[in-house]
Design a protein around this ligand. Sequence first.
Ligand code: ZN
Length: 166
Amino acid sequence: MADDILISSCQCGKVKCKGVGRPIVSGVCYCDDCQSGASDLEALVGASPVCEEDGGTHYLTYRDDRFECTQGADLLKAYQNKPDAPTRRMVASCCNSAMFLKFSKGHWISAYAMRFGVEKPPVEMRTQTRFRTSGLRLPDDAPSYRGFGVQLFWRLIKSRLAMMLP
Ligand SMILES: [Zn+2]
């Protein structure tokens, strides 16, 4: 899995991104920011779904140095909930496909799993479920946390340490 490569693509194929190796985490987030971001992006003309049926957004989170836009980077357009928001949601402007999210204060990017097709890794955790409003049953295929969960922080810290090694 260490050298596995996953490619995401916008709907029309002009923009492609590449993630290398196992993501830090494959997780679904239900936080209010992700939910409002997803509904804004899904409202763009011709947009495809960003979140799951129950309102959660599935991300493959990669270290900054393990993810890149390999094609059509000039077509990426940033969306922010507020002008000074630390989170920039990058959308392929050719066909309004949400590609990934960059949190400016972190060493990671979170790629929208919807854009990876069928080969994406299974969900490992669900976070911020206290914001979940769906009447659908919460899937029990992975642990879920009302907040971010200590597991997630631990994985982010571990990945930061790994980045500093040669
Ligand atoms: Zn496109």
